[in-house]
Unconditional design. Structure first.
Lengths: 241, 241
DNA sequence: GAGTGGTCTAGACCACGGG
DNA sequence: CCGTGGTCTAGACCACTCT
C-alpha cells in the first residue's frame, strides 16, 4: 500500500490512495473521513504527512475541512456541477440555470473536425447529442455535444435521461471521470436557418458561439461541445483566476 | 514587524511582509531571496513557518523555488502579463499578440453604469482610454478602459505610452497592484457606426462583446473594460480550471 | 563539501464544535 | 469535557546545485 523507499513522496501516495477511496464511494458525498490521527495510524506515517495530503486535496476542492469537526467529501452542490465553468447570467447579473431538451442522441462517426478536437481518429465512434437549453421557457442555446465512445465504454447503453442536464456529474458518478479543466473558444456568428428555427430568432441575428473541450485529470479530452447562444436577454459569465 | 500574540497566523504575517518587500523591488525580477534559514533567523520564527509562507507565495506564482538553489522572484514573461486572461487565437489555433493604438485618454466622471462595475460613486473620476487592438496590421478589437483614479493615485500624470500594451504589468510596477482575477461577461452584438469605422466592418455585422472587471488581491475592482471583437479571423480563447 | 529546498517526524499549544 | 483541525517548533535525513 504505502511504499516507503519509493520515488513518490509519502504524502503523494497517501493523496492518491485517498482519491481512489473517495472515487470508490467509500465516503459518500457529505460524509466525514477518519481523523488525521486515525489515518496516520492506518498508513503508518506521521500526522504531518497526512495533513499535507489532506490539504492538497482540499486545495483541489476534493475535500472540505472544518476545524473542530473533521474532513468531509463535499456535498454535491448541483449548481456547481451544472454550469461550473460556463455560467449564465440574466440582464440583472443574476445566475440562472437552464433546463435541457434533448432533440437527438445517436452514435456517429467522428468528422475530421470533431476528431481533431477530441484527439481521436476521424471515423471513430462518437455519441452525438443535439439539444437546446431552455431558460424561463424560452430556448436560448442550440448545442451539440460529442463524446468519444472509446474513452467512455458502454455510454451508448445509458438512456438519454441520464444525460439530460448534469453531464459532468454523470461522468463523475458512472465513469469516475472528473472534468478538471475546459478550453473554450468564443466567436460572434450569425444565426443560420436551424438556429433561427430552434431559438426563435431571425436568420442573421448575432449569436455567441462557443467551442469547448473538456479535459479529465490526465488532460485527455472527454467532451467536445459547440453552443450557439442567443445573448439578447442573457450573457455568458466567466471568472478567471 | 512580527506580532506574536496576533489574530493573524505568523506565516500569514510573514507572507504579507515578503509581498511588500517584493513589491518594493527589494529583490528584482529573477533574483533570489534569502534562504529559509536566513529568513527564519531574521523574523525570529521557525524554518517551517517561513516554508509555509514561501509555499503559499509559490502557489500564487509570486515566487519560484528551485531545489538546491533557492527561492526567486519570477523573471517576467511578457506574454504572461500581456494577455494572461484573454487570449487571442487565429483560425489555426495559434496564439497571437495584438498591438495597441490609443485613440483618446482622458479624465471623465464615471457614468452610473461604469461606477456600478467599479464599485465607486457615479461622477467619481475615471481615466478613460479608448483604443483599438491591432493584429497583422488590421484593427480587430475596439476597446474602452475605465480606471478608478481614487484607487490609482497619480495615474493621470503618466503618459499614454506607459499604458500602451501591458496594462497589468504597468499596474504591478507603478502601483504595486497585482490583478489576480477577472470577471467577464460575453455577448454577441452587432456593429454600430463607430465599430464599423474603427474595425473596417459593415454596420450590423456580428461582434463579440466582452465586459470585464479586473480585481486586485483584496478583490477590489481596478479596471472595467469593454471590448468589441471582430471574430471573423480570430477567436477568444479561455482556459478554465 | 557546503548550502539550498524537499520530505518527514514527534510533539506542543490553540481554536473550534459538540456532547 | 474531549476530539477535531490549525498553527508552530526543532530537528532529522535526502536530493539537488554549485564550486
Amino acid at each position: 500500500m504505502i511504499d516507503k523507499p519509493s520515488r513518490q513522496p509519502l504524502y503523494h501516495q497517501v493523496k492518491d490512495i485517498l482519491l481512489d477511496r473517495i472515487g470508490a464511494g467509500e465516503w459518500p458525498d457529505g460524509t466525514f473521513l477518519p481523523s488525521e490521527l486515525a489515518l496516520a495510524r492506518e498508513y503508518g506515517v506521521s500526522q504531518g504527512t497526512i495533513r499535507i495530503a489532506l490539504n492538497k486535496l482540499t486545495s483541489e476542492s476534493r475535500l472540505v475541512r472544518y476545524q473542530g469537526k473533521g474532513t468531509a467529501v463535499p456535498a454535491v452542490d448541483a449548481s456547481q456541477y451544472h454550469c461550473r465553468f460556463f455560467q449564465i447570467v440574466n440582464s440583472a447579473g443574476q445566475r440562472e440555470y437552464p433546463a435541457s431538451r434533448i432533440l437527438t442522441c445517436q452514435l456517429e462517426n467522428a468528422s475530421r473536425h470533431v476528431a481533431e478536437r477530441l484527439l481521436i481518429d476521424a471515423g471513430d465512434n462518437v455519441l452525438t447529442i443535439d439539444r437546446v437549453r431552455v431558460l424561463a421557457g424560452r430556448a436560448v442555446i442550440n448545442e451539440t455535444i460529442f463524446l468519444p465512445c472509446a474513452r467512455l465504454p458502454g455510454i451508448e447503453s445509458h438512456g438519454t435521461t441520464a444525460l439530460s442536464d448534469t453531464l459532468y456529474d454523470f461522468l463523475r458518478k458512472k465513469f469516475r471521470i472528473t472534468i478538471v479543466s475546459v478550453k473554450e473558444e468564443a466567436r460572434a456568428v450569425v444565426a443560420d436557418a436551424m438556429d433561427a428555427k430552434r431559438l426563435g430568432v431571425a436568420v442573421g441575428s448575432p449569436l455567441l458561439e462557443i467551442h469547448s473541450v473538456a479535459l479529465n485529470l490526465e488532460r485527455r479530452p472527454i467532451e467536445f461541445r459547440t453552443s450557439r447562444f442567443n445573448t439578447s436577454a442573457y450573457a455568458c459569465h466567466i471568472d478567471l483566476r
